[in-house]
Structure formats: structure tokens, C-alpha cells
Design a protein. Structure first.
Length: 160
């Protein structure tokens, strides 16, 4: 039986229909960050291997012991609109250098899930660790900026 190209294949894959990104500005007010193109999150932790000493061959791993969190980063890709750079979009105005961010910000991710529930992820104690600008004068002439932030902790709430 041939596949029908007009039909979508059955799958359990689902997309999140809507995500809103907000951040605290220096005044402590939560503001919506517009034009977010992509966001990714990376959490790593150190692992320790315990090895057997008198096995044949020697050094066989007996168990892996999880350690502390090494890094907790989020990376945000944003289109620069209305002449605001990434720092200005997050409420840090008048600075170009990330060294000037001396107060951490909180970033809130509001998820509207496909089943109708809402979920709020709050990334607390965030500091910018990278703030590159890449200009590609091709296609639509949109300037896209990436930023990496280190996160102290995250909290997930299901308000619905």
C-alpha cells in the first residue's frame, strides 16, 4: 500500500502552541520580550565513575555517581526590532557591555500547552554571559542577536 502524500502520518510528536518570554527589568517589573526566534536550555552536571580495581580487565566501571550541576544555561535568539539590542530588550538600557549588568534578572517562560493547560517556568538569578551580534545582510535584512545567560535555579509551576 502506497503512502498518501495528502495525509499526515500518525505520530505522538507534539509542538508547544505558544510560548511567551518575560523578564524582570531593573525596576523589578516583569515585561514581555518581543521577537524571540529561538530559545534553548542546557543543564549539565558532573559525573563520577567508580571503578573496580582487581577485575579482569582492570578499571571496569561499577557505577556512575551523579555530582553537582556544572552549568545551567539558556540561549535566546532574538530579532533586533525598533533599534533595541538584546540587553535593552531585557530592560538593561544604556549599556553595550555585559559587565555593566550587576543585578541578576529573572526570565519567565509562559507555556500554553496543546491540551489547554498553562505552565510557567521561571529562571531565577540570570546573568548574561555572552552577547554576540551577527549581521547577515541576506534575505529579509533582519539582524538577529543571540545571548547566553547563566541561570542560578529554575522553578516550574502549573497554575491551571
Amino acid at each position: 500500500m502506497a503512502l498518501d502524500p495528502t495525509q499526515i502520518a500518525g505520530t505522538d510528536a507534539r509542538t508547544v502552541p505558544s510560548i511567551v518570554i518575560k523578564a524582570t527589568n531593573p525596576a523589578g517589573k516583569m515585561v514581555t520580550i518581543g521577537a524571540i526566534k529561538r530559545m534553548s536550555r542546557t543543564i549539565t552536571r558532573n559525573m563520577h565513575r567508580r571503578r573496580e580495581l582487581d577485575s579482569n580487565p582492570p578499571g571496569v566501571t561499577v557505577e556512575i555517581v551523579p555530582g553537582n550541576v556544572g552549568t545551567f544555561d539558556i540561549t535566546i535568539e532574538r530579532a533586533m526590532l525598533n533599534k533595541s539590542n538584546m540587553l535593552e530588550a531585557f530592560g538593561i538600557s544604556g549599556v553595550e557591555d555585559i559587565i555593566s549588568q550587576n543585578i541578576p534578572i529573572d526570565i519567565q517562560e509562559d507555556r500554553n500547552l496543546a491540551d489547554g493547560r498553562k505552565q510557567v517556568v521561571t529562571y531565577k538569578g540570570c546573568y548574561f554571559k555572552e552577547n554576540p551580534i551577527s549581521i547577515d545582510i541576506d534575505g529579509e535584512w533582519v539582524i538577529v542577536q543571540n545571548a547566553s545567560l547563566e541561570v542560578a535555579t529554575a522553578e516550574v509551576k502549573d497554575p491551571s
